[in-house]
Structure formats: C-alpha cells, structure tokens
Design a protein around this ligand. Sequence first.
Ligand SMILES: Cc1cc2nc3c(=O)[nH]c(=O)nc-3n(C[C@H](O)[C@H](O)[C@H](O)COP(=O)(O)OP(=O)(O)OC[C@H]3O[C@@H](n4cnc5c(N)ncnc54)[C@H](O)[C@@H]3O)c2cc1C
Length: 420
Amino acid sequence: MSTDAPKVVVVGGGIIGVSCAYYLSCAGASVVLLERERIAAGASWGNAGTIAVGHPPLNRPGRIRQALGQMLDSTSPLYVPPRIDPGLWLWLGRFAKYCTDEHVEHAMSVMAPLGHLARETFDEILAEERIECDYRGDGYHEVCATESGMDTARHEAAIIEGHGYEPEVIDRDEVARREPALGPSAGAVFYPESASLNPGLFVPRLGEAASRRGAAIREGVTVEGIETTGGRVTGVRHRTAGTLATEGADHVVLATGAYGRGLMRGLGGPLPVQPGKGYHRDIDIGPNGAPRLRGSCVLAESSVFCTPMDTFVRFAGTMEFSGENDRMRPERLRQLTTAARERFPKMGTARPISEWCGLRPMSVDGLPIVGAVGAVSGLSVATGHGMLGITLGPATGRLIADEITGERAAPPELSPTRFD
Ligand SMILES: Cc1cc2nc3c(=O)[nH]c(=O)nc-3n(C[C@H](O)[C@H](O)[C@H](O)COP(=O)(O)OP(=O)(O)OC[C@H]3O[C@@H](n4cnc5c(N)ncnc54)[C@H](O)[C@@H]3O)c2cc1C
C-alpha cells in the first residue's frame, strides 16, 4: 500500500459501512472499520433481503392520509405509539412536506440511476468474491389482494417504467400459474430487474472480503466522538479494551445507520433520520409451515415481504416509529404471519425458527444521505437508506470510495448539505 494512500476510519459494520470498507480497500485506501458489536448486528442482519432497484421513496402523495388512518393501531403496517418525542413529531411534519408528485419525480431521477449502479455493484461483488448467500437474480412479484391495491401498484409501475425499468403487470390467472401457493388475487406487478439474498450471510461475508482486500475490521469498539483540529477530522474517540490508534486519519465515514445520531452534533448535524422499526419471522418450509415459494413476493396491502431462503421463508416488514430501542411487540410479529396466512391458504401453524426486529435509518425526504459534510473537512456520512439499505449498500460503498479517492463527487442530490 502506498504511503500517500488515504487513511480512512469507517464507523459502523452494517451493509453500508462494510460496503464502504470494501470499495475503499479495493481503491487502495488504508481502512479501519470500527463496529460496536459485531458485523451486521443492526438492521443489516434480519431484513427481507430484497434488492429492489429503481423504486420511489416512502414519501408519496396519499401517504399521510393512509398513515393517519393506521398510525395508532398497533396491528397495522404503520404504527406510531403515542409518546412525547418532539424530535419525532418534527420529523413526521417535515416528512409530510415531501409527500408530493414533484418530490417523487425528483427522487426517481436520483433513484433510477442509483438502481442501475446497485445491480452493477452486486454483479461485480458476486462475480469477484463468489459470496454464497442464497442469491436469486430472478425478480419479485408485488401481489395485490384488492382492485384498489392493483390500481396503486399499476400507478407505481408506470412511474418506474418511465425511468428505464421494465415492470410487468400480470392478471390473476397468471399470478396463480406463476405462484400456485397463493390464494386468489387481483393481479400483480413483476419486477424482473430485482433480486434477493440472505443478508445475514451476505454482509459478514462481504466483511471478510473487505478484510482480504486489506481493511482492518475491529468488532466490539464503540465510537464516542469525532476528533477534529482546525476544522479537519483527525480520528475518533472510542471505547475499547485494547489499544487502537485512529489518530492521523484523513477521513472518517459515519455509517451507523439509525444509531449514533449524536455523533454529528456540532459537526453539521444531527441529520434528519429517525429509526423505523421492522420485524421478521422465519418459518421452515414444510407441510405444517411455510409454503415452498417459487420466488420472492411482497403482499401489497400489508407490505409483508416473503423471501425464500434455503430451508425457510422470511416474512418481514411493518414500520414502527417508537424510538431507538429493540423492544419487540408480539402483536407486530403476529401481523406478519396473519397477513401471510390470509394469502397462502395452505400455510401451517409451525412456530417461527427466528423472530427479530431492526431499525431502518429513515431519512426525512426518503433519499439516502451520502457524501462529505460541508462543515468539517474529511468527514463523510452514509446513512438514511430506509427500506433500501441492502439494495443500495454496495452502490453507496462505491460512491463513498470514489469521492474519498478523488475519482468523482457523490451526487449532490444525496449530499448531507441539502438539509443545511
Ligand atoms: C424488517 C426490515 C426489512 C427490510 N427489508 C429490506 C429489503 O428487503 N431490501 C433492502 O434493501 N433493505 C431492507 N431493509 C432496510 C435495510 O435493512 C437497512 O436500510 C440497512 O440494513 C441499513 O444499513 P446500515 O448499515 O445503514 O445500518 P445498520 O445495519 O443498522 O448498521 C449500523 C451499524 O453501526 C453500528 N454502530 C452504531 N453506533 C455505533 C458506534 N457509536 N460505534 C461503532 N458502531 C456503531 C451498529 O452496531 C450497527 O452494526 C429492511 C429493514 C428492516 C428492518
């Protein structure tokens, strides 16, 4: 490694931090990744594993009406438990302002090319590193139970089609032919460019690939602050049993997902990100368990993702704004299997082999926040990927590596300075 290679400290070992460490190491940087628990300890472990390219953000017209109807019901897809949290209510108010057609158009002009980069980077990593992770590159179906669900799905498909993707609207007979395990439906949209994988396999193995490329991965190290001198980063303050020097760092990349928002205080932040809790239930495939699915699907009305992974199906979804905690609410977990049983008539009652919750880093405008922080030289952030962190992880790693090595700046639409 050349002595003038940039020295970079990456904070956070989820899909985003690991992807940054991977691409920075590939580009010749000297990288240390610090993770307070273990690689993929956060949202990146138990999510639905769908690589859903080219989709619009959560902020859409009609979202607020829908949210107001659901948010106090703990068994609905979206839940905001009543509590005093001025930061959250301020964030929800700002989020609402981005729920317009104009913002969807703006977001799509950014997300559509990012989706192509996402596929390119996944293809590159899977070919180079030969990571075994139940990867299936054969798209997914968004299945609708109702005509109004179908209207919404068709509308979204038309937006996505207008940005260079090829969604296919199919009728109820074709749905039954393609996925016999499903009960009667109103139709579906097939997204052929999408894919799926088991994130609990992919993310740690990408971490191992980053190590092979030269990154030093340190688990069990909690970063407590960013060190700066004269408006430049110089390293991080951390809590660890052993010795670990980060002084002399040229760059620090904060990739702490929905956590560590306080780290940016006084350095151009905190960023407008809220934790959006989601859950999974994994159920073994079998006569009394989950159906043997031919491919991944999402149940449109309940927003439950059904992803086949080796010997089980992962049912994942729901959105809960209840702050930074990992408390699991039984009624939210039940909602996943209730929704699945409504759509898969032969699904049994076998107990889940895994139940989990994780916090999505939800940005206020639905777009990731990626790039250099204006206020402090050498400090970058990579967070706010919301429901699309697995999809956009490797692409984000490439953007950060390109920016830090001077190849090209990250897209200005993703810059943290857009909130200044
Ligand atoms: C139920 C559910 C389903 C989902 N399904 C999909 C899907 O199908 N497709 C998709 O693309 N996305 C999906 N997502 C979203 C995706 O999981 C997230 O966007 C993504 O994992 C965020 O990655 P991250 O690296 O930013 O955060 P995380 O994975 O949370 O990683 C952040 C890491 O930083 C560490 N950390 C925090 N603070 C510190 C500190 N001070 N010092 C050191 N380390 C620290 C944490 O321990 C953690 O490991 C889903 C999410 C959920 C919850």
